[in-house]
Design a protein around this ligand. Structure first.
Ligand SMILES: Cc1cc2nc3c(=O)[nH]c(=O)nc-3n(C[C@H](O)[C@H](O)[C@H](O)COP(=O)(O)O)c2cc1C
Length: 221
């Protein structure tokens, strides 16, 4: 598969066939993905490969608290889990919100689930002293996560970056025996997509990039 095609046609896959994703194929995916960059090339990310049914069931359950808030805020027209705008719905309303199966099913039905954790002891975070949430630290782990999805795409597989379980990080770490000092970055179900989406809805370049300044001309050739 051509690089550009893979970049343009790698969607969030949440529905999987029963096809297995054998260890040798997964190893190849990880072997391509491992060339992702990280700050200072410290390579602090570790991947836990989960196939066990009970572990996945628990991971699915650990999504639920964050999904409740996500769904309640979405229904209220809010940008869910935004750090600048606290939720309008009350804690009681959030607690009473139903968890749609679509949020928990992927980790149960995927061929395999990858949990990405990162060693905070080697992550570079140049925005750590700013008065806002950290963004830079994530850049030492998510390029690898995305490389996994691109490499999976090339093998005919797909998945989704999911982050709901991160809100229950201590429980995820306890479940998987992840030591103190590691952060959970993503839970990625991987499998054979039921259907291959080929058109993704994304902003055109002119809405994404400007010349010279943020308020500059839209970038067009
Ligand atoms: C940082 C990040 C966190 C995400 N968390 C979740 C998640 O918890 N659950 C989920 O179903 N999708 C999650 N997604 C997937 C996005 O919803 C998806 O990439 C986006 O809607 C685009 O979907 P598309 O490629 O099918 O167009 C996440 C994506 C990113 C990049």
């Amino acid at each position: 598969m051509q690089l550009h095609e893979a970049m343009r046609t790698t969607p969030a896959v949440r529905e999987f066939t029963d096809d297995p994703l054998p260890d040798d194929v997964l190893h190849r995916i990880l072997d391509h993905a491992r060339f992702a960059p990280s700050g200072g090339n410290r390579q602090g990310t570790r991947v836990v490969v989960v196939r066990d049914r009970a572990t996945r069931q628990r991971l699915a359950e650990l999504n639920e608290p964050a999904v409740r808030r996500y769904v309640a805020q979405s229904a209220a027209g809010e940008s869910p889990w935004n750090p600048l705008h606290p939720p309008g719905p009350s804690p009681d309303e959030i607690a009473a919100t139903e968890v749609p199966e679509a949020f928990t099913r992927p980790v149960l039905t995927a061929a395999v689930v990858l949990v990405f954790v990162v060693d905070l002891g080697v992550v570079a975070a140049m925005d750590q002293d700013l008065d806002r949430i950290g963004i830079v630290g994530g850049a030492s782990v998510y390029p690898l996560v995305w490389n996994v999805l691109l490499a999976a795409r090339a093998e005919g597989f797909g998945g989704t970056i999911t982050t709901m379980a991160v809100a229950e990080e201590d429980a995820v770490r306890a479940l998987l025996g992840v030591p103190d000092g590691f952060a959970v970055a993503a839970v990625v179900p991987l499998g054979r997509p039921v259907k291959q989406v080929t058109r993704l809805r994304r902003r055109p370049v002119a809405e994404l990039a400007t010349r010279e300044r943020f308020d500059g001309e839209p970038f067009t050739p």
